[in-house]
Write a protein that binds this ligand. Structure first.
Ligand code: SAM
Length: 252
């Protein structure tokens, strides 16, 4: 059975798509997406032979060898430009996801949607999307087996969707905020997620309260450090904590 996380990712794939699942491991997502009638065909990309073999086996067992092409290769190397209209990359760090997108940027021509699920370093993915003119169209935070996952979807900036992460829209966001004028900088939005900030559900709040805990522990160790750089770092982190608290509305 598909995990809740992969199920949600699958739901983001528009019906009739051709998609590439990069780092597909057992090809669970492509198999489920074809079976559910979401995708017409898929590429399951894997850089490691072990998971690639597992993917091939899974695809053969499902009898979907004619619809899913399992390919061995690094990141987007496994697809040619214009071959797919959706790319999913899930279950890796945000740094790796952004470097896969960056190295394969020429393959993104014609891609209409990205569905990305970084395990950590979500801000690196948001930063990449912002820098490379992809519009973050939705963010979803969920919990499964006591782990928290964020699923980000994005479309190219020229697709007619108004960029959410732009200075103008941030200003609108500030005015729209129910909690009065919250000082939210672009850095905070990239770090925490503009849509998640707007929704501010309990999973999100719990995640950031625990992040504040971590930062406060770092702060404590910096306070006793004799390193020259510690003072600046202390100020930076103290400021960061303040900002996070402010947007969570839990400042004193
Ligand atoms: N996408 C699946 C999911 O979300 O359940 C599997 C996630 S698994 C933790 C990460 C997979 O990404 C591994 O099978 C690994 O071999 C693969 N991987 C790591 N770096 C990759 C790269 N540069 N290109 C393609 N696959 C990669």
């Amino acid at each position: 059975k598909l995990s809740k996380r992969l199920q949600y990712i699958m739901e983001q794939i528009p019906v009739g798509s051709t998609f590439a699942d990069i780092g597909s491991d057992h090809a669970m997502l492509p198999v489920a997406a074809i079976k559910a009638g979401k995708a017409l065909s898929a590429v399951a990309g894997e850089v490691n032979p072990g998971p690639r073999d597992a993917a091939s086996k899974q695809v053969a067992t499902a009898g979907l060898g004619d619809k899913i092409s399992v390919r061995l290769g690094d990141g987007l190397d496994v697809i040619s430009p214009g071959e797919v209209d959706v790319i999913t990359i899930a279950g890796m760090g945000g740094g790796l996801i952004s470097s896969i997108l960056d190295q394969g940027i020429d393959k993104l021509q014609g891609v209409k949607k990205l569905v990305l699920q970084p395990n950590v370093g979500e801000e690196l993915v948001r930063r990449w999307l912002l820098d490379k003119h992809w519009v973050l169209t939705s963010e979803h935070i969920m919990e499964e087996d006591r782990k928290v996952y964020e699923i980000l979807t994005a479309v190219p900036e020229n697709s007619g969707v108004v960029a959410f992460i732009s200075d103008d829209v941030y200003k609108e966001y500030l005015l729209d905020s129910n909690n009065g004028p919250v000082k939210i900088t672009k850095e905070i939005a990239v770090r925490m997620g503009p849509w998640l900030l707007q929704e501010k559900n309990s999973i999100f709040t719990t995640k950031w309260i625990s992040e504040i805990d971590k930062l406060e522990r770092i702060l404590k160790s910096l306070a006793t450090s004799t390193l020259q750089s510690a003072e600046t770092k202390y100020e930076e982190i103290a400021q960061e904590i303040l900002q996070i608290k402010e947007v969570l509305s839990c400042s004193p």
